[in-house]
Structure formats: structure tokens, C-alpha cells
Ligand binder design. Structure first.
Ligand code: PLP
Length: 358
């Protein structure tokens, strides 16, 4: 007999993209990390934190700031948001988990379009929530049934993953207004690679929160940093379900330093966008159906699932790791993270070879 709640017994664990061992000779284009290093200010801030005090690492004896004040203040300075409308997370994954925990009880509804970030499903199962999904149409516009749906929590990744597509502001505003009894979470993990953002909606509307991660545009996936922006009553309530010391001292120093060097982040995002344009053109030239991406990855469909899964396996044998989702509506496509120009050249050469073999 299992001691777990029935929903935990029944659910599958989230399967993160493959993380090869350190030093493995692979070109890693599978989990949308940034191919360029973080701002040098980040390493300097971590070193300063380690060197402060009586001996190297002395500060690590003490708990970190539960309010991550230096990090949140830097975010307030960077965005103009009041600091009390900003909450910090151990990656945006932790903030997503906090939202599910705070707003959704057993049997209550979490809704989101499909296909999207797979973790939303895992978090819903962990809550014992009822999951309501609506399929995206082929162009990945927001499904009409999402508007006015009866849910406690609605997740929308903007840009979406794995499609890389975005929505216009007026449509998202209408969505939020159609959900007066729901919290609408706009997960802007990839927004620095897009032409616009929806942060202001978290300031204007009472039921909208916006999430940002430092894993993509700030090149800090390994530090686990995320931020939530939202109306004061929602943020105040979320503090109650936050682990007290959810960010460690080094992460707080790193996050604050990254936010103080926006030029670095922007320059890297521009490089990624230039490579993305080249990759999109080359994939289309190879006959793949490329979705218009505003993120640091591209989703491209092949002629069928066998072709796509074959390409994934062939590329893996060549030491090129991309993401393949053996899931409904996704199994004919490949999701490729935009790497350096050299990495993308290697990817394209291998893909050409695969296609030439028929
Ligand atoms: C849509 C989306 N949200 C959130 C995350 C996770 O971000 P973090 O690394 O900050 O937990 C990802 C990561 O792949 C993502 O694709």
C-alpha cells in the first residue's frame, strides 16, 4: 500500500531535458540555455560575497536574506515596479509551484493551452487539480475556449514553448478581463528575445502576474533565479507559501549584478536573434516548416513523426543534442536552441546529411 496521496501515485515526474555530464563532448541545443557567458559583473559579485568576512566563504555561515532585498531592489530599479510588487524565486519553476500551491486546491481547475511548457501539467497533478487544456490552432494563436474558462489559475507562456510564438497585447488583455475569478500567469521566460513584453499588465490588472527567468537571457540557468511581478494583494499572499531562504547568498549577489548590466544581456540577446534568423532561413531552405520564433529556440516541423524522431536520433549520434517531444501535435517537429554561429553551422551540416540519406 502506498503512503502517497493518490494523485502523486498516479502522476509522472517531470522529465527535464537531458543534461550530459560535465566535460561531455556534445553541442547542447536542447534546453534553451544561452550560448554566451553571463556578465563579468556576476562572477565579480559572487567572488566579493565569498571573500567578505573573516575568511574565504565566511558569510556562508549565515542564512541568506529571506527577502532577497538586493536582488528585488535591482529589479525595481530596472523595471520601475515598486519593490513590494516583486517576489523572487529559485528559478521561475519555484514561482510556478508557489502559484499552484497558493491558488489551487484539490479538484480545482488549472487551465492552459496545449502544447506548452510541460511543467504546468506536473504542478497541476501535484496539487490534485483538475486540468483543463485547449489545443492551440496550427498558428498557435490563443485558443478561443481559454477566454472566460472557469479556472482558478491560467498559465500562458508568452512567448510560448516549444512553439516560440507570441500574442498581441490587446488579445492578452481581453483574456485577462474575461477571467475575473482567475489568476492569469504570463510566463515570460523568453521575453528578452521578443519584440515586446506584457509586464505592464501586471501593474494595470488585478488578476495578472508576470514571471521572468534568469536562465535564458541572463545566461544564469545554473544559479536558479526567477522573478514574479504582480498586484500587491497577490504578491503579499504568495510570501506565505515561499520557502524562507529560497535564494542563497551567491544567487542573490549574482541576480543583482546581472540586473545592473542590462547592456550585456541585450548584446547577447541581439547575437542570439541574428543567429536565429539565419537558422530559420536555413531550416526553411531544407524544407522544414518553421514557426516564427520570438524566443531563443526554433520549432520546425518535418514531414512526419518518423522523420523528426529519426533526425533527433541521428543528431544525437553526431553529438548534437536537440529536443524532441514524442507528444500529440509535437511529434513531427524538432525544437532547436539557438546556439553560437559555429554550433548552428554544425547542426545544419548534420541535418543536411540526415536529409540527404532520405
Ligand atoms: C516557459 C518556461 N517557463 C519557465 C521555465 C523555467 O525557468 P527556470 O529555469 O527559471 O526555472 C522554462 C524553462 O525551460 C520555460 O520554458
Amino acid at each position: 500500500m502506498s503512503l502517497f496521496r493518490p494523485n502523486i501515485d498516479a502522476m509522472e515526474a517531470y522529465k527535464p531535458g537531458e543534461q550530459p555530464p560535465a566535460g561531455a563532448k556534445v553541442i547542447k541545443l536542447n534546453t534553451n540555455e544561452n550560448p554566451y557567458p553571463p556578465s563579468p559583473q556576476v562572477a565579480a559579485a559572487i567572488r566579493a560575497e565569498l571573500e567578505a568576512g573573516a575568511a574565504p566563504g565566511d558569510r556562508l555561515r549565515l542564512y541568506s536574506d529571506p527577502k532577497a532585498t538586493a536582488f528585488r531592489q535591482a529589479a525595481a530599479d530596472a523595471t520601475g515596479f515598486p519593490i513590494d510588487q516583486i517576489l523572487h524565486g529559485n528559478g521561475s519553476d519555484e514561482l510556478l509551484a508557489m502559484l499552484a500551491r497558493a491558488f489551487v486546491g484539490e479538484g480545482e481547475v488549472i487551465a492552459y493551452p496545449y502544447p506548452t511548457y510541460v511543467l504546468y501539467e506536473t504542478l497541476a497533478h501535484a496539487q490534485g487539480a483538475k486540468i483543463v487544456t485547449f489545443d492551440f490552432p496550427r498558428d498557435f494563436a490563443l485558443p478561443a475556449q481559454l477566454f472566460g474558462c472557469k479556472a482558478k489559475l491560467v498559465f500562458v507562456a508568452a512567448p510560448n514553448s516549444p512553439s516560440g510564438t507570441v500574442y498581441d497585447e490587446a488579445t492578452v488583455r481581453k483574456l485577462a478581463q474575461s477571467l475575473p475569478n482567475s489568476v492569469l500567469v504570463l510566463d515570460e521566460a523568453y521575453v528578452e528575445f521578443a519584440t515586446g513584453n506584457l509586464l505592464h499588465l501586471a501593474r494595470e490588472l488585478p488578476n495578472v502576474v508576470v514571471l521572468r527567468t534568469f536562465s535564458k537571457s541572463h545566461s544564469l540557468a545554473g544559479m536558479r533565479l526567477g522573478l514574479l511581478f504582480g498586484p500587491r494583494p497577490l504578491v503579499d499572499g504568495l510570501w506565505k507559501v515561499k520557502d524562507s531562504y529560497n535564494l542563497d547568498r551567491l544567487a542573490i549577489a549574482a541576480g543583482a549584478a546581472a540586473l545592473k548590466d542590462p547592456a550585456w544581456t541585450k548584446a547577447n540577446a541581439e547575437k542570439v536573434k541574428a543567429t536565429r534568423a539565419r537558422l530559420a532561413q536555413a531550416l526553411a531552405g531544407l524544407g522544414l516548416d518553421v514557426l516564427p520564433s520570438q524566443s531563443n529556440f526554433i520549432f520546425a516541423r518535418m514531414k512526419n513523426a518518423a522523420a523528426a524522431s529519426g533526425a533527433y536520433r541521428f543528431l544525437k549520434e553526431q553529438g548534437l543534442l536537440i529536443r524532441y517531444f514524442p507528444l500529440r501535435l509535437l511529434d513531427d517537429g524538432l525544437r532547436i536552441t539557438v546556439g553560437t554561429d559555429a554550433e548552428i553551422d554544425a547542426l545544419l551540416a548534420a541535418l543536411k546529411e540526415y536529409l540527404a540519406r532520405g
